[in-house]
Ligand binder design. Sequence first.
Ligand SMILES: Cc1cc2nc3c(=O)[nH]c(=O)nc-3n(C[C@H](O)[C@H](O)[C@H](O)COP(=O)(O)OP(=O)(O)OC[C@H]3O[C@@H](n4cnc5c(N)ncnc54)[C@H](O)[C@@H]3O)c2cc1C
Length: 408
Amino acid sequence: MQISAKAIKPLVSKVIVIGGGIGGLTLARACLDANIEVELYEKRQLDAMLSGAGGIFIQRNAIRVYKLLWLEKIYQRFYAQGGKIFKGGFKSKSGTELYINSPEFAGEEDLGICLSRRELQQILYEALPPGIVRTGMTFEKFEQTQDSVQVYFQDGSTTTGDILVGADGLYSQVRASLSSKERLEEPLYSGMCCWRGFFNGSSVSLDKKYSWMEFWGRGNRFGYFDVGRGQFSFYAFNNSEQGGNDDCVGGSLNALKLIFSDYAEPVPSILKALENESIYRDDIFDRQPLGNCWGKGRVTLIGDAAHPVQPNLGQGGCMAVEDAFELVNSLTKAASRDQVVLLLRQFESSRSKRVTRVFTTSRQVGQLGQTNSAIGCLLRDWIYRLTPTWLADLQFKWLFDYQPSWKE
Ligand SMILES: Cc1cc2nc3c(=O)[nH]c(=O)nc-3n(C[C@H](O)[C@H](O)[C@H](O)COP(=O)(O)OP(=O)(O)OC[C@H]3O[C@@H](n4cnc5c(N)ncnc54)[C@H](O)[C@@H]3O)c2cc1C
């Protein structure tokens, strides 16, 4: 149920958000639901903001947030357009099942929705009235007083709000400004690169039992998932030097074929269904968790700006969604306006344990999935095969136990 206007006592009247990714757009919608004025500034032009490589898992924990927002309208569009997350898991590169889960382990019919990033951004953007999102606006710095924050943009313009939220991703300039740095230090390279893209489900014979699957090889992995309406997204990781590219092998499709052609079906068939031009490659990074305190005064951070993680759990964006909700929820608490700064710090420390656990678990799953040695892979596959499903489920169950609700 959406929060009723009567029940809300917002502590702030205007929030300035930097960044129009999943975190910033969700935060803006949550502010409006809580009767808080919001302005969102995004450095990219609208077309670019509404794009993105491959698909994304919006898992049950984040889906529960969307059930609370905007009379479930975002939630309903997700389910109308996306692919439900049903049974899926990990197999060895030869096709042996290592760990297969199904939504029952979290007590649900499905574990959420997968969408193309483009569709996700479009749906979130369309959930906001015109004028809230201002594109082509690059945040530069802020200055704060006891009562407000003044924000400066690269084009010389400024705006003022009660609080400033940096939702500006891995290279967050808001986070850099918090420590008076001109630019944030480099993030930590994971040791692997990632290719992403799409294929049409009708061109590949897929096992209908599974809506997603990930195959684990030696120093590389290949996964696919249903993003709805007959489309599938794939991703592939490979241990490699930072800053590499596929020019020397004649493009990304050739690179994928060289690494993954000897994987079990349907991987070779998926490779055949891909087009070189639509494959996107990038390097994977994270940053050490910030601990209990992410911001300063009236400035805070959410999502990748605060806690970028490796994408091995498909939870980085989901954590941004949880942050967005929890931040606005804390601002609707019945308290006096001079407690705003305290509430921001409480918000950060309340999120710290969970996002740190996602960071650590993501790294652990990445280490297992990207194991390089033959013996290591044998051992890994053997342990996974022998582990009872209920025990393996416990590794992930805490993620799905998140139950957001508006505070009265
Ligand atoms: C390969 C891969 C797969 C992934 N899969 C999943 C998945 O399945 N599920 C999941 O939940 N997560 C996944 N993630 C993680 C997820 O993509 C991120 O955690 C999520 O996008 C973070 O959202 P955000 O809003 O915090 O930041 P971002 O999405 O990075 O958005 C930041 C925005 O801020 C803007 N910006 C930056 N600087 C400025 C500035 N100075 N001024 C104004 N605007 C600025 C940017 O242009 C951008 O639009 C994956 C990540 C990768 C790399």
